[in-house]
Every structure is written in C-alpha cells, then in structure tokens.
Design a protein around this ligand. Structure first.
Ligand code: G3I
Length: 353
C-alpha cells in the first residue's frame, strides 16, 4: 500500500538538520491545483474580494470553478419589500465569464434563511408556493446557460441525523418543498446539474443514510435530482478510515459527486498537538485522504472538488461570531499570503501519484 499522499507530499520536502520535514518553497512546486486534477477544482468566493489583484490571480491560477459564498443566497438577494438585488451575484458571474471559470450556484433554498416576503405568506399555501416558484425561477433563470450546477436545497437533513429539518419552507409547504424546489429549478434551467447538498456525511453514518434515503425517495418520485453535494467541512478528529467508505456509499446511487465546501480547521477538534507544524501535517494527511477518496470515484461521478474559500484569511472560520471560529483556524490549502501549505502538497500528491 503506497504511503498516504500527505506522507508522500511531505516525504518530497527538504528536511532540516533535525530530520523534521519543512514545507517545500512555493517556487519548487510545478503544479497548480487545476493542472493536477482531471476534474474541475472549485472555491467559494466573495464578491468583495475579487477586486484584490493577489486574490484574483491566485483564484484564476489554481481553480476552474467558483461558488458564491453568500451572494446567491436569499438573504442577500431577496429584499424586505420583495424586490431582488443581484448586484453582488452578478459581479461573481461576470468574473467567471471574464476568466473562463465554471459558475456553481449556491443555494436556492436553505432552511436557515427566513426571508420576510416568504415569512409573510406562511398560512397561505397558494401564495407561498407562487412566490417559491417565482423566486427560484428568477434566480436560477438569471444564470441559466452559465451555471453548471446548483445546490437547489441545502442541508435538508437535521443535525441529529435521523429526521428532516424544518424552516419556513417546510413550515409552509411541508416536505414537498424539496421536490418543488428541484422542479422549479429544472424549469428555469434545463441544463444545470441539480444538487442536494449537506455536511457531516463522512463521519455521521446515520445522517449519511438519512440523506441517501431522501435522495432515493426523490429519484423514485421523478424529482430531477442530478447530483450529491458533500460539503466535507472536516474536523481533524475524524477517523480518516471512514472517508473512503463514506465517499463510495454516497456514490452508490451513481450520481455525480461534488465535494462542495471542504475545509479543515486546525483547531476544529479538542486534540493536543505538540506544535503548529503537527497541526498542519495532520491537516495535510486528512486533506490527502479526502482528495484520494474523491479521485478514486468513477470519472463520470467526479463533478468537482471545491474548497470553502481560497486563502486561510478568506475563511468563514476566521470571522468572529462564527460557529467554529478560531483566530488561527487556517482551514484551507493556501496561507494568508497565498502560499501553498502542506495540505496543498497532499492534495496535489493524491491526484498526481
Ligand atoms: O456582511 C455582514 C457584515 O456587514 C456584518 O457586520 C456582520 C455582522 O455579523 O454580518 C455580515 O454578514 C455575515 C456574512 O456571513 C458575511 O460574513 C452574516 O451575518 C453571516 O450569517 C454569514 O454567514 C455565512 C453562512 O453561510 C450563513 O449564510 C458564512 O459567511 C458562509 O461561509 C456560510 O456558508 C455555509 C454554506 O452556505 C452552507 N454550508 C455551511 C457553510 C458554513 O456555515
């Protein structure tokens, strides 16, 4: 059995006198992420960062797909008075067009959101459904022909894993909201691959099975579910042995798989590490395991591998008042300055061995 990618990646590093591996200087690296990958490599982006030349250059050099982190969510688009503001989303779509990047839409329906125009219609099923269909039609329709896919419904499975979530959409329409969302998205965009997206599907077998049962039920009902998004926000105390089997189980329906939001916070688990270097190496090993599990999928099921941000400084986990926040969470493949980290070497190593 070949050594794990992270070990290979680190084994390729120069070594200090004490035998400890050091990170290879960025210039020594020959490959970008998208050169290493035989599938699209994506990142969540913020419209407010696209004017930063260093950010934009790094993004275009390594990635060939972008996902708006927040700009296509209802809380940013749908205004209190029912009007829509697409200015932030359009800025990201224009950047994708200008640089020849795939655009992935996130997310049409998210249980966490409770927009006033919808809230006002709870109790009026006809009126609510009319707005539900027209909102999805307006958003998905606006990017039809450009968006390669959409997270149509995000996080439908409850955190305890064995039931589906509530939220204003479920409150007004019952669980039909899920199928209705996919139908409205398909009507607005006949081409985009339509995803159901969720998190903790690697380490929580109960949640993964509930998620897959929902997918099977949707497919049985003729809902145009076209892909599975596994967010892969992975804590470093996750047993790496579960990642490959979980990926294979998610791929068992034969649908395209999008690792849609991966990041791995250095302080995401109450683990004692001797040093920051040890944390970075544990992160690299976990990224290598995930990257290898995705790479091992059948080619037709490898939709894209996306990180939830570009540089560590761009991560949601570095923003105070965020669940999981830590000032040195540093969950991504590039450090604050945009230099590749051991995790980058492990991912590239998994894809180019
Ligand atoms: O922009 C305002 C700022 O002006 C204001 O001062 C500040 C006050 O807290 O809020 C800022 O907006 C925040 C926004 O992130 C930008 O940072 C919102 O409050 C906050 O709710 C929002 O959180 C986003 C979260 O989704 C909820 O939409 C995160 O950025 C985003 O990374 C996170 O992404 C989710 C995916 O959509 C689904 N999967 C999980 C993932 C992480 O939670």
């Amino acid at each position: 059995m070949a050594a794990a990618p992270a070990a290979l990646a680190l084994a390729g590093c120069a070594r200090e006198a004490d035998g400890q591996p050091v990170t290879r200087p960025a210039t020594a690296r020959s490959s970008t992420l998208k050169q290493a990958a035989p599938f699209p490599v994506g990142a969540a982006v913020g419209a407010d960062r696209l004017d930063d030349p260093a950010y934009a250059e790094l993004l275009v050099r390594h990635f060939d797909q972008i996902t708006p982190e927040n700009e296509m969510k209802s809380w940013m688009i749908l205004q209190e008075d029912g009007s829509s503001d697409f200015s932030h989303a359009d800025k990201i779509a224009a950047f994708a067009r200008r640089h020849g990047l795939r655009l992935f839409g996130h997310t049409l329906i998210y249980y966490q959101e409770d927009p006033a125009p919808f809230r006002r219609l709870v109790g009026d099923r006809t009126g609510f459904e009319r707005l539900f269909r027209s909102y999805i039609g307006q958003v998905a329709g606006r990017y039809a022909g450009q968006a390669v896919g959409w997270d149509v419904v995000n996080e439908a499975v409850h955190d305890d894993g064995d039931r589906l979530r509530g939220g204003v959409f479920q409150e007004a329409l019952g669980l039909d909201y899920i199928g209705l969302a996919f139908e409205a998205a398909r009507e607005a965009d006949p081409q985009a691959v339509l995803f159901l997206n969720d998190y903790k599907l690697e380490r929580d077998a109960t949640k993964r099975r509930t998620f897959l049962r929902l997918c099977e039920a949707l497919l049985r009902d003729g809902v145009p579910l076209g892909g599975i998004g596994t967010q892969s926000h992975i804590d470093l105390d996750t047993d790496p042995a579960v990642i490959g089997p979980a990926m294979r189980e998610l791929a068992g329906l034969g649908l395209p798989i999008h690792v849609s939001e991966t990041d791995m916070g250095l302080y995401s688990a109450r683990l004692d590490f001797r040093s920051e270097r040890d944390r970075l190496e544990a992160q690299a090993r976990m990224y290598g395991t995930l990257a290898e599990a995705f790479f091992a999928l059948p080619e037709r099921q490898r939709f894209a591998f996306s990180t939830w941000g570009v540089r560590d400084q761009d991560s949601w986990l570095r923003r105070p008042r965020t669940d999981g926040y830590h000032p040195r969470a540093n969950p991504l493949l590039f450090d604050d300055a945009g230099a590749p980290k051991p995790a980058f070497d492990a991912v590239v190593g998994a894809w180019t061995r």
